[in-house]
Design a protein around this ligand. Sequence first.
Ligand code: ZN
Length: 69
Amino acid sequence: MPRKRAIKLRCPICKKAMKAADPDFPFCSDRCRLIDLGKWASGAYVISSPVTDADEAIRQDSVDDEDGD
Ligand SMILES: [Zn+2]
């Protein structure tokens, strides 16, 4: 018995229900599309940034804090 699965599409940004026929798919609007674009842009910026000594120090500091020893 084949299961009919209704696929509910939601905008990944605002979670608003939408249709695949939407011209801005997979986003509900051009605004959400731009927001997603900004997320990717900022993410790529972080990835391309070199790890500095300051970042390492902060990371080790938080590990020490969790250890509590
Ligand atoms: Zn949206």
